[in-house]
Design a protein around this ligand. Structure first.
Ligand code: Z2T
Length: 806
């Protein structure tokens, strides 16, 4: 379906006239953006409908990806690319005197997620559609996405993210598909006339769930799947119950905001209600759709439906499916359970204990009484079955309800046929440590699915200069199949190619330098090493280790101004959960250190620190193409996978990493010579936990460099951090450095020194960079999704079918 440039221009003008009664010359960027959005949406509406119809007509098994977070970012360019009209649109707009890139900036990020988990869900949506797989997303349409971050006096300040303020061009409200969700009150079982036990609800509240659908456009294959997000409303029937403004507010607040905690569950009532709300609405709509269009008996559900539980937030899928099959479809418990387990699958995203979701029995019972009854029954039957096969204490440790709490990970594993981790190391740790008890009980349920990224977005869309060099060097097939990036390996000693890649990098760095100047007033040189750490602020990710190294460099330079060293720009992007005090203290310390160093006339441009505020998908798109060094320095065993590591690698940054998460697989892909590995291994970390021999105090006493760096936090070297500096110091010394920063410090410094040396030899550096790009293909979410489809969901790809239209 090629689109002619001239037709495109005419259509754009025509739509402007129709919708805004305006000529192009008089329209604002906003108005043009909305018009272009509508045009794009019209381009895929037939394919959207045809895709849906095809799945129904062919009775295709579909996967529903349930996630409490989706983080697509901006969709304009990605939709244009996938529709095959990005270049046409760009050229047409240029003719009209408009820059597509400027127009794209008008779109607000859709930021309904915290970080990796939500972004992964969106990468999967792209790859599921692009692979021609029948699959849909199911989540929550938050009125406010992840908070907007500002810095005031170096402190993080959170502002609401009003992403819907000027409307959302991509979504379609589908009122006719609304469903009711019941929460609260009491439920008891009563005998019906035919002797069956049926639940009777009392004093429950009914919520209306209204779906908003967004087309998920596949890459040049005429497939458009659906991301369905639910918003709460007050049903007409309940109007009289909500007389008070306060009562209304409470209810309308349910889908108002995304909880801003990435790896920390807080056990709040509203959060639990959010979880049930989108789970119940989603499953009801799946069953309704199945019964209406597939016309198969409910007993065959697992042959046509697969439901994925993205971390434990949608774990109530298990009891909710049971409720519908038993209470509404009147299946026996055994039959319902058999179907449920076959339908469900679950991904674990973390081993951090504080992120493992648990709810008090009391809260669960009060909020979701029917869910609780069903979970009690699942739990009782689990114990009954397993106690004949396994030791008592093993069964006790793994049951769903214990010590007054409901364990959502246990529910997810017991109620599904597949549990996977998100990188090899992580999946191994699940089996050997974190979920070892379950591995004994269900060895066949465990598997690995290493994360991947939407490679087309993270190369073609964000990095045009590099993409052009790739086209000239290896042809264009990599744009479709990122596996073909490996063709680049043949050019690792080709000086001309290396130089062209370096030029592309330089263009990106200059562009970022301009952006940095514009937003922070800090002047950075594009000749410096751009050393990047972008991810949520968390103690285990060790942004503080990065800072300790920067302070060391600063002290070295102050002491010895003639020290030879490459210029460096340390770039940070990170949001801290608003309630995460320690993470906010680290932000303050980085900002104050930045102030000190950036303004020290002795340092000039030898070191710069730039903490860019409000890190999100669209900021990542600006930073990543310009990165030279990718900091992946979490304490080994703590980062489940990481995905920014993959994006940075794809853009030719050299990874500086611990052997954690997917870093291990990146090392395997590029070889030891093209990555900088440092620090404790996961085994050594566990050894420390066992022998309890770690002493941060001793490292402080015995290591003069460490001592000098840490003292900077409490002796006034870094200004304006009297309290914060003390807190950092105490966390490391008094509280014995939970994440072994001091243990890894020397080894980190050494790796940084090697990087400094390597960058001095540009040919050597560029070759490493090329090898990283060439081997990034395997981290495509296209690949990851294919593995899920084959091993877990059992769904088939539809070979591109074409809708011929005029
Ligand atoms: C999250 O982004 C991740 C894990 C979570 O555990 C929660 C959130 Cl919001 C409950 C991240 C992991 O930290 C990261 O290592 C991984 O790459 C990402 O999920 C996607 O799997």
């Amino acid at each position: 379906m090629a689109l002619d440039k001239e037709i495109f221009k005419e259509e754009l003008k025509q739509r402007l006239r129709e919708n805004y009664a305006m000529e192009l010359e008089d329209a604002s960027e906003q108005e043009i953006f909305y018009t272009l959005g509508a045009l794009v949406k019209a381009r895929y509406s037939d394919a959207w409908r045809d895709t849906w119809k095809y799945y129904v007509d062919k009775n295709k098994k579909q996967v529903y990806y349930f996630s409490i977070e989706f983080l697509p970012g901006r969709m304009l360019k990605s939709n244009l690319l996938n529709l095959g009209i990005l270049d046409t649109a760009r050229e047409a707009l240029t003719d009209l005197g408009i820059h597509l890139d400027d127009l794209a900036e008008v779109e607000k990020d859709m930021a309904l997620g915290n970080g990796g988990l939500g972004r992964l869900a969106s990468c999967f949506m792209d790859s599921i559609a692009s692979g021609g797989f029948p699959g849909n997303g199911n989540g929550i349409r938050y009125d406010y996405g992840l908070f907007k971050q500002r810095f005031v006096d170096g402190y993080q300040v959170e502002l609401p993210d009003e992403w819907l303020q000027s409307g959302n061009i991509w979504e379609v409200r589908r009122e006719s598909k609304a469903v009711d969700v019941r929460v609260g009150g009491h439920v008891y079982l009563a005998e019906t006339n035919d002797g069956k036990l049926k639940p009777v609800y009392e004093n429950e509240r009914v919520l209306r769930a209204v779906p908003y659908d967004t087309g998920m456009v596949g890459y040049e294959n005429n497939v458009v799947n659906t991301l369905r997000l639910w918003a709460v409303e007050i049903p007409d029937s309940e109007e009289d119950k909500y007389q008070s403004i306060q009562g209304r507010r409470e209810l309308e607040d349910l889908t108002a905001v995304l909880y801003p905690d990435d790896s920390n569950e807080q056990g709040r009532l509203i959060r639990l209600t959010q979880e049930y709300f989108f789970v119940s609405a989603g499953i009801q709509s799946i069953i309704r759709h199945y019964k209406k269009w597939f016309q198969k008996p409910i007993s065959k559900l697992s042959e046509y439906v697969s439901i994925h539980i993205n971390d434990t937030h949608p774990a109530l899928c298990v009891p909710e499916m049971m409720r519908i099959l038993i209470d509404e479809e009147e299946l026996s418990w055994e039959q319902a359970w058999d179907i449920t387990v076959k339908v469900m699958s679950y991904t674990n995203h973390t081993i951090m204990a504080e992120a493992l979701e648990k709810w008090s029995i009391d809260l669960m019972q009060r909020t979701l009484p029917r869910m609780y009854q069903i979970m009690e029954e699942i739990d009782a039957r689990y114990v009954q079955t397993m106690q004949e096969l396994h030791p008592h204490d093993l069964v006790e440790r793994t049951r769903i309800i214990r010590n007054g709490q409901v364990h959502m990970a246990h529910l997810s594993i017991i109620g599904s046929h597949s549990t996977n981790g998100v990188a090899k190391l992580h999946s191994d740790l699940l089996k050997s440590v974190v979920l070892h008890d379950f591995y004994i009980i269900y060895p066949d349920r465990f598997n690995n699915k290493t994360n991947g990224i939407a490679q087309r977005r993270w190369s073609q869309i964000v990095n045009e200069p590099m993409s052009n060099v790739l086209d000239e060097t290896i042809g264009k097939t990599w744009r479709q199949d990122s596996g073909d990036l490996k063709l680049l390996r043949n050019y690792q000693s080709d000086q001309a190619v290396l130089e062209k890649l370096a030029e592309a990098k330089k263009i990106n760095k200059q562009k970022l330098a301009d952006y940095i100047l514009g937003t922070t007033d800090i002047e950075v040189s594009a000749d410096a090493i751009f050393d990047v750490q972008i991810k949520r602020l968390h103690a285990y990710k060790r942004q503080l280790l990065n800072l300790l190294h920067i302070i060391k460099l600063y002290q070295d330079l102050k002491e010895n101004p003639s020290l030879e060293m490459q210029k460096r720009v340390f770039i940070f992007g990170a949001k801290a959960a608003p309630s995460y005090h320690y993470a906010k203290v680290i932000i303050k310390c980085i900002n104050e250190t930045a102030n000190l160093i950036n303004n020290d006339p002795d340092i000039k441009d030898r070191i710069k620190i730039v903490f860019l505020p409000n890190y999100n998908v669209s900021l990542a798109e600006k930073i990543i193409p310009a990165a030279d060094v990718s900091e992946q320095i979490s304490l080994a065993s703590k980062e489940a996978s990481g995905t920014s590591n993959m994006k940075l690698m794809l853009n030719g940054a050299i990874t500086l990493a611990t052997l954690d998460g997917a870093n291990v697989e990146i090392r395997d892909a590029v070889g030891d010579d093209n990555i900088y590995i440092f620090g404790l291994t996961e085994k050594e970390v566990y050894e420390y936990y066992e022998n309890q021999e770690y002493s941060a105090q001793r490292l402080y006493d015995e290591n003069a460099v460490i001592r000098r760096v840490l003292n900077a936090f409490i002796d006034g070297t870094i200004p304006n951090i009297v309290y914060e500096g003390r807190e950092i110091f105490d966390s490391l010394i008094k509280y014995n450095d939970e994440y072994f920063l001091l243990r890894d410090f020397d080894s980190y410094v050494e790796a940084q020194e090697e990087i400094d040396k390597a960058y001095g030899d540009q040919t050597f550096w560029q070759k490493m960079s090329l090898i990283n790009i060439a081997n990034a293909g395997r981290f495509s979410s296209d690949e990851t999704v294919s593995r899920y489809a084959e091993d877990i969901w059992k769904i088939e790809s539809k070979d591109s079918f074409v809708t011929e239209k005029g």
